[in-house]
Design a protein around this ligand. Structure first.
Ligand code: NAD
Length: 335
């Protein structure tokens, strides 16, 4: 059989792809990107369907017949021993992802976001050193930004348990590369949005705003909404995650993968209300916990990643929102 080459890199397409946390927001989009890029590949999704993360298999319903889904936990060493061998590419999107919930149960956050990653890296070391593993980290590992533009040289003073543990996990990936030659790439994302996002203020704020607008409900902004954020359409994230798995020059390091455009929270909310044609904005005082962990104005530079790969996000905020609306409506139409 002739070798299938990927469109962008001319490298051999993977035969077996393993996606942890594939029922979550980013994971469900990664699954679709993999199906598009490597339609011949065998795709296995492992997700524990954490009730606290409101995970269900609904996000995978429209692709259920094209993947193998395993309800399982990334901390389960026995399961990893079964699924890790033979995988060419591994995307680890399994995580506890709520900043507030990481305070409610910091031990759980640590178990999933630290021990989970250690279990996975150990399994790769023991059973499959040929695999490339891509890990989405978070720009919030830096804490409050110092200086006008942030890059990878910025210090790390995270403000919550989730971000602290994401920062710790990044180091595990680096160490396993340095010591065992495991092919790891860590990409730090900031405020992704798109289809399959949660309408819950405990998770990403852009997806929460989208969910509210889609249901014609009010969007609540803390304070005046003047704080700026890098926000990025999820396709731009899945695109660089995919590319990263083929780029030897990225291996072993951590990169910011953020949009070059910045918007105030107020602008983002207004763009969402306009795009969805529903919802309204309400301003409320900052809740105490949220104010204490607020990162304020953040302008992130992905120049390093751009320099190495040429990658740049393709979608403006308006374009990303229009595509999100289209896909939400299409999923709703198809039940
Ligand atoms: N969404 C963003 O804006 C954003 C930004 C930066 C980084 N990230 C990172 O991307 C990854 C995915 O985030 P998301 O927004 O899709 O979150 P999500 O909460 O939608 O998805 C996480 C998924 O992991 C699953 N999961 C949790 N614990 C598990 C376990 N022990 N074993 C197996 N599966 C488990 C959950 O059931 C859920 O389906 C996370 O690592 C997150 O830190 C996301």
């Amino acid at each position: 059989m002739s070798q299938i080459l990927t469109q962008k890199t001319n490298q051999a397409a993977p035969k077996r792809i393993l996606i942890f946390g594939g029922a979550g927001f980013l994971g469900a989009n990664v699954v679709r990107h993999c199906l598009e890029q490597a339609p011949e590949a065998t795709i296995t999704v492992v997700d524990s369907l954490e009730p606290a993360m409101k995970s269900t298999t609904d996000s995978l319903k429209s692709v259920a017949d094209r993947i193998t889904f395993i309800k399982g936990d990334i901390r389960d060493a026995g399961l990893l021993k079964q699924v890790v061998p033979g995988a060419d590419m591994i995307f680890n999107c399994a995580a506890q992802t709520s900043h507030p919930k990481s305070f409610e149960d910091p031990v759980f956050d640590t178990e999933v976001n630290c021990i989970g990653n250690l279990r996975l890296l150990t399994a790769i070391r023991d059973y499959n050193r040929d695999a490339t593993v891509v890990y989405p980290s978070s720009s919030t590992v830096i804490g409050k930004a110092i200086g006008d533009v942030i890059d990878e040289s910025h210090g790390e003073k995270p403000l919550d348990i989730y971000s602290t543990n994401k920062g710790v996990a990044e180091k595990y990936y680096r160490v396993f590369h340095k010591v065992y030659d495991i092919k790891t790439v860590v990409l730090r994302f900031a405020n992704l949005y798109g289809p399959y996002g949660k309408n819950d203020p405990a998770f990403g704020f852009v997806n929460y705003f989208i969910g509210q607008a889609n249901e014609g409900k009010p969007i609540t902004i803390y304070g005046e909404g003047g704080q700026t954020r890098n926000v990025m359409f999820v396709d731009d994230a899945t695109n660089i995650m995919w590319q990263a798995a083929f780029r030897p020059e990225l291996i072993g390091e951590v990169y910011f993968a953020a949009h070059h455009d910045h918007h105030s929270v107020k602008e983002i909310a207004e763009a969402i209300v306009e795009t969805f044609g529903h919802g309204r904005i309400e301003y409320v005082p900052w809740p105490d916990l949220r104010q204490r962990i607020e990162i304020e104005k953040v302008l992130i530079s992905s120049a390093r990643l751009h320099g190495l790969t040429g990658w740049r996000p393709k979608h403006s905020l308006r374009e990303g929102l229009a595509l999100t609306k289209q896909r939400i409506e299409s999923e709703q139409r198809n039940g």
